[in-house]
Design a protein. Structure first.
Length: 310
């Protein structure tokens, strides 16, 4: 957004009567502003005066910058700025929507797998179902506790217990709706995604991989495998989007140019490809680790523990 002084000068230049009354009106306004200034009644500190002087100097520089710019060019520049802003907003909405979808795919498949364990009708299946549902309940309970302690209100806490916190936070963030407590809606969404990965996706991925590996091939199902894949993708997507936000930070790109800045900000296709590559990289490593953990745990629990602590 251009400063007010620049907009005034551009309006005066491109208006039909800009050479006449507009200039005089501007001088009149400036004069009245100077007349209203009283040093005795409106003291200004030296720091504030320097800041005002620097701001006026910056405004003058921008005014000279656009002094010879035509009206058509100014309109084109503003249209391009708005289009870029809308495109950036659309990408952010897509990121939030994808994260929401992965979260609920993970949650729904976990519940379905637990029901399939119960339908097996065996002691092993019942035990696996109890492990699955207890872990899910503990995850929702911990998330609800943190929601209550952060002062987000009873309704947000109830929504969290029912598994709707990702949708709740995504809705408030997308439409700029305030929430209770000291956190903003965007900060609450980030914290919710982090808690989901730490308390649900990662433990469920490890437990489901181990439980499915112990079943006979006839008892294993595609939904069980899909549940594990959903956990892995949810974790990998969180890591990828976090890396994307960190790498695109202007401050980090300036201070650490050798580490940050490898993701293009000018091409949405390149950005999407890098994001997809990070998801595959993290998901592949995590999947390999889980398979190795399940294999070792099937042979010896102590060997698996020693491998994890090494």
């Amino acid at each position: 957004v251009l400063p007010l002084t620049v907009l005034r000068e551009l309006a005066e230049k491109h208006s039909k009567g800009g050479q006449g009354g507009g200039h005089k009106q501007l001088e009149s306004d400036s004069g009245s502003e100077h007349d209203d200034f009283r040093p005795e009644t409106d003291p200004v500190s030296a720091t504030d005066a320097d800041s005002v002087g620097q701001g006026n100097s910056s405004n003058k520089q921008q005014s000279h910058r656009f002094e010879n710019t035509s009206r058509e060019e100014l309109v084109r520049m503003e249209a391009e700025r708005r289009a870029n802003k809308a495109f950036a907003r659309a990408k952010q909405l897509w990121t939030w929507t994808a994260a929401l979808a992965f979260s609920y795919v993970d949650l729904v498949t976990t519940v379905v797998v637990g029901m399939q364990y119960l339908d097996m009708g065996t002691a092993q299946g019942t035990s696996a179902a109890h492990v699955t549902f207890v872990m899910l309940g503990l995850s929702l309970g911990v998330q609800a506790l943190f929601t209550h302690l952060s002062g987000q209100g009873e309704l947000a806490t109830l929504v969290t217990v029912c598994g709707g916190k990702p949708l709740w936070d995504t809705y408030h963030t997308m439409f700029d709706r305030p929430i209770q407590g000291q956190r903003s809606s965007a900060e609450a969404l980030i914290f919710t995604r982090f808690m989901q990965v730490v308390t649900d996706s990662l433990p469920q991925a490890a437990a489901q991989t181990f439980l499915v590996a112990q079943l006979d091939s006839d008892d294993q199902s595609g939904v069980m495998v899909a549940s594990i894949v959903g956990c892995i993708v949810s974790i990998a997507y969180l890591v990828a989007t976090t890396e994307l936000d960190v790498d695109k930070s202007p401050g980090l790109r300036i201070n650490f140019p050798l580490v940050h800045g490898y993701i293009s900000t000018k091409s949405a296709v390149q950005e999407a490809l890098v994001l997809f590559g990070i998801v595959l990289f993290v998901g592949g490593i995590l999947g390999a680790k889980l398979i190795a953990l399940a294999t070792l745990a099937g042979a010896s629990v102590w060997v698996a523990v020693a491998w994890c602590s090494a």
